[in-house]
Design a protein around this ligand. Structure first.
Ligand code: PGA
Length: 264
């Protein structure tokens, strides 16, 4: 299924470039500016279509964007009442009230601060005893919602998107995944130590991400510069899952100057 996305691959993207695939690279001065820009783009999407289906990411990177969206909401300039969301991933196993779960993150950093309807929030169940069933149901629900209108993504230092980890193959559908050592190490900053980080996760697959109508990827800081370069200037390669985004017809990357350091 991924092959059909490979037809329009572009090699080199320059700042402000809007080439054939309508891929746009926006470089902001710092994390704060990146977050504001990202929030503006999400708010525009919701103004354009108040019943937008958003694919949402967690982690440090989008936190500023969520804060900015809450500010816009508090000014009365945005209405989430018809918005539907699907989160990208969740650790396995982790309970929703664990502070390191993405469920807890989303509720406390975003959903509890806006007027989204509970029924419109879709989060993966990190405690399920039937992960295969959970994955199937999630894909079915995304389809039933008409697919993702705007997918927000971070990028791992190893080039992962969601928890689609580098490897010889990438998985198309929502699936249970073994996290790589690099990801466990990168995410251990939130846990007491590496041993406490769950070794597995459930993530939506590459097809769900690539089938989104629009994608917004955020990256901040020097530690992301290598992954950003490989994603943008490198070959499309399963060892850098984010490189597949080069094939997407409507990708916007909003990154800060440090994350852009290694770009051609
Ligand atoms: P981060 O994670 O935003 O916490 O750096 C991004 C990711 O791993 O996808």
């Amino acid at each position: 299924m991924l092959e059909r996305y490979l037809s329009g691959v572009r090699k080199n993207i320059q700042p402000g470039d809007k080439g054939g695939n309508d891929m746009q690279l926006i470089i902001e001065k710092n994390y704060q500016e990146m977050s504001k820009k990202a929030a503006e783009l999400v708010a525009s999407q919701i103004t354009f279509d108040p019943a937008s289906v958003l694919g949402l990411a967690t982690g440090s990177t989008p936190l500023g964007m969520y804060n900015e969206l809450v500010k816009i909401f508090n000014k009365g300039e945005i209405d989430f009442s018809e918005v539907i969301t699907f989160n990208l991933d969740e650790y396995y196993k982790i309970s929703p009230d664990n502070k390191n779960s993405y469920h807890y993150y989303m509720m406390n950093n975003f959903f509890n601060k806006i007027n989204i309807k509970g029924a419109n929030i879709n989060l993966l169940d990190g405690m399920t005893d039937k992960p295969q069933q959970e994955c199937k149901n999630y894909d079915r629900e995304i389809k039933r919602a008409g697919g993702i209108d705007l997918q927000i993504l971070g990028i791992g230092p190893n080039g992962h998107i969601g928890f689609n980890e580098p490897g010889d193959k990438l998985c198309v559908e929502t699936h249970l995944v073994d996290l790589t050592e690099e990801t466990i190490k990168a995410n251990s900053r939130f846990f007491a130590n590496c041993k406490k980080v769950p070794k597995r996760a459930i993530t939506v697959g590459m097809a769900t991400i690539l089938k989104a109508e629009k994608i917004l990827l955020l990256a901040s800081g020097k530690k992301k510069a290598r992954a950003v370069k490989k994603a943008v200037n490198g070959y499309v390669d399963t060892k850098i899952p984010a490189s597949f985004l080069q094939t997407h017809p409507h990708l916007t990357m909003v990154i800060d100057e440090e994350a852009a350091l290694l770009l051609d």
